[in-house]
Design a binder for this molecule. Structure first.
Ligand SMILES: NC(=O)c1ccc[n+]([C@@H]2O[C@H](COP(=O)([O-])OP(=O)(O)OC[C@H]3O[C@@H](n4cnc5c(N)ncnc54)[C@H](OP(=O)(O)O)[C@@H]3O)[C@@H](O)[C@H]2O)c1
Length: 332
């Protein structure tokens, strides 16, 4: 009998690091595809900060929590190894919400074929959530114009690094915020950002004033934390704040206080939070926007690969320590 590993969520996270006690690692017999079904062997699984939210009991979020006892939710890429489905052949590579499992039997619903010639790491790092989120947030809400100044927090991360490169390609002054010098060096010297701020060691206000002498037109917020109030104070009239993520608060018992709203009136700021599930219907249009930048070599990325399904559990903590250098992917 051949078995495979799957990991179920069995408890809700508390503030602080993610522990293995939240999960149950199971071994099961590898199933067969039934009539109209396919059997998918997952090869690459995406880890995302959003998983912390999916594990929490909050029913008012944009997506229901993962039920206790169920396989943990995640997106990934896999190979069709059995098919009784007319639209899928053995050997097809597919992407979709596969979960923390080595194998999945599926009707095919929610799975899309990976375009030939695009490898799994590029799919998960660029054409899946990171690139789609960057494109939706920047163009849908940031409305960038040549010559403007944008500040991106989480700038060396999967979403932030793409936001900054898109903005740079469109002729903006791009300032990235990251948590160590290696990341700051990477976004400036490899990705072409105009400047970087290490929020842990730099004098944030001074550095921001030096890099954004004309003020800030767009703030693409991926993290929250100490940078937030400094950027808020420098926003120009009619500036746009795109609230994509607040990872500094995901593991904290008490959320940090937000800025006062008076400047929102005085400066006529637009502040827009968004969550990608609202925009999944727009994916073809988002890919039409993003793909030319990728094809013309304007979007670089790097991956941080973990080996084996069980590495996902501790891997989630890398998002909070900043230990991930690039898109976090589990190779199965
Ligand atoms: N709205 C949506 O639909 C959507 C979709 C995708 C992602 N997101 C959000 O976008 C953000 C980035 O996601 P990602 O996948 O690209 O992750 P990522 O940036 O690749 O990884 C998370 C990074 O956050 C930084 N960080 C952790 N704790 C921090 C803190 N206290 N203060 C400041 N920075 C901190 C760390 O980098 P440093 O070393 O630089 O600290 C860490 O590497 C997350 O908040 C995520 O939830 C939202």
């Amino acid at each position: 009998m051949s078995t495979y590993t799957a990991i179920n969520l069995i408890a809700r996270p508390e503030p602080g690091p993610i522990s293995s006690e939240l999960f149950e690692v199971t071994q099961q017999e590898i199933p067969s595809a039934g009539p109209g079904q396919i059997l998918v062997k997952q090869t690459h699984m995406s880890l995302d900060p959003a998983m912390i939210g999916w594990m929490s009991p909050d029913k008012e979020s944009y997506i229901p929590p993962v039920a206790l006892g169920e396989v943990m939710r995640s997106s990934g890429v896999g190979e069709v190894v059995e098919s009784n489905h007319p639209d899928f052949a053995v050997g097809d590579m597919v992407r979709g919400m596969i979960g923390w499992t080595e194998y999945l039997v599926s009707s095919g619903e929610g799975l899309n074929k990976v375009q030939a010639g695009v490898d799994a790491e590029t799919v998960l790092s660029v054409f899946a959530l990171p690139g789609l989120t960057a494109t939706q947030g920047l163009y849908g809400f940031g409305k960038p114009k040549e010559g403007e100044t944008i500040v991106v927090s989480g700038a060396a991360g999967s979403v932030g690094s793409i936001v900054g490169q898109l903005a740079k390609a469109d002729g903006l002054n791009v300032i990235g915020v990251a948590g160590d010098d290696e990341k700051c060096d990477w976004i400036v010297n490899e990705l072409g950002f105009d400047g970087a701020i290490n929020y842990k060691t730099d004098a944030i206000a001074d550095k921001l004033a030096e890099l954004a002498p004309q003020g800030v037109d767009i703030y693409f917020e991926n993290t929250g934390g100490p940078i937030q109030n400094h950027v808020f104070e420098l926003m120009n009239a009619h500036g746009r704040i795109v609230v994509c993520g607040m990872i500094a608060d995901y593991g904290s018992a008490v959320p940090s206080p937000g800025p006062n709203w008076i400047p929102i009136i005085k400066k006529r700021l637009s502040i827009q939070g968004f969550a990608m599930p609202d925009h999944f219907g727009d994916v073809p249009e988002l890919l039409r926007k993003l793909t030319p930048y990728v094809m013309s070599g304007k979007i670089k990325y790097r991956t941080h690969i973990l080996e084996g399904l069980e590495s996902s559990i501790d891997g989630l903590n890398l998002f909070f320590t900043g230990g991930n250098k690039g898109k976090l992917i589990v190779k199965l």
